[in-house]
Write a protein that binds this ligand. Structure first.
Ligand code: KIV
Length: 264
């Protein structure tokens, strides 16, 4: 298939489900690329999963640039999308364009993602007109956690669901190549997917979306002991890592490591 581009991914709508993962480093990117994951999002969830912040707000442009560049170095085929951090695109269109451009020019990303619906449409249009592909993100938008009052399912009432539909249409019209739809009832995920001609990538948005995205650390049991309802734990690496590190410690303490094969 060759390298994935925003245009090629958009063309999968209705033909093949799209598989996406949020990941943040070279080693993980290589593995994801090898198994054919089409899109790797260097999500601002980096703030929580890797940097240990309580939410996504503190992560900086420099943090995101460094991790995006690391992921780009690990891939051959996957499309790498850089998540624009809080306040890197909200202050002015000029600043947003410059920051989005840094992800493309300095880090080698293939596209950027930003949160928000119709309110972001003029900015999305401006970025696309200037050659920067944009992945939209609607529904639960974690950078607004303070305003929406926590990590809650969005679009449960009819008026909210209608607002999400309007958001999706506005971003599509502005030129977004796909849309992340986060934490909405499955029926709303389905409605948005039917409404727009660009792919919807769901996370807690039901099985009808054109693709799915999960955070690698949730899939692998590496962030918290609890798996969010929308995720599935495909491996318990957290437990395996604990076992391995504990065994190493024991072997060092008992003199079993290093063994003869580890010695020059
Ligand atoms: O930051 C992130 O990882 C994300 C995904 C959960 C969609 O925005």
């Amino acid at each position: 298939m060759g390298s994935w581009t925003p245009t090629k991914l958009s063309a999968l709508k209705g033909k093949q489900k799209i598989t996406c993962v949020a990941a943040y480093d070279y080693a993980m990117a290589r593995i994801l690329d090898e198994v054919g994951i089409q899109l790797i999002l260097v999500g601002d969830s980096l703030a929580m999963t890797v940097l240990g912040y309580k939410n996504t707000l503190p992560v900086s442009m420099e943090d995101m640039l460094r991790h995006t560049a690391a992921v780009v170095r690990g891939v051959t085929n996957a499309l790498v999308v850089a998540d624009m951090p809080f306040l890197s695109y909200q202050v002015s269109e000029e600043q947003a364009l410059l920051n989005a451009g840094r992800f493309i020019k300095e880090a080698g990303a293939g596209a950027v993602k930003l949160e928000g619906g119709a309110i972001r449409a003029p900015l999305v249009r401006r970025l696309v007109e200037n050659g920067i592909p944009v992945l939209g993100h609607i529904g639960l938008t974690p950078q607004s956690v303070g305003v929406i009052g926590g990590y809650k399912v969005q679009g449960r009432v009819r008026k909210e669901a209608a607002g999400l539909m309007a958001d999706a249409r506005a971003l599509e019209k502005a030129g977004a190549f796909a849309l992340i739809v986060e934490c909405v009832p499955a029926a709303v995920g389905e409605g948005i997917t039917r409404l727009v001609r660009i792919p919807t990538i769901g996370i807690g948005a039901g099985p009808s979306c054109d693709g799915q995205i999960l955070v690698a650390h949730d899939m692998l049991g590496m962030y918290s002991d609890l798996t969010p309802r929308f995720a599935r734990r495909y491996a318990d690496l957290g437990r395996l890592m604990k076992q391995a590190f504990a065994e190493y410690r024991k072997e060092v303490e008992t003199g079993k490591f290093p063994g003869p094969e580890n010695v020059y």
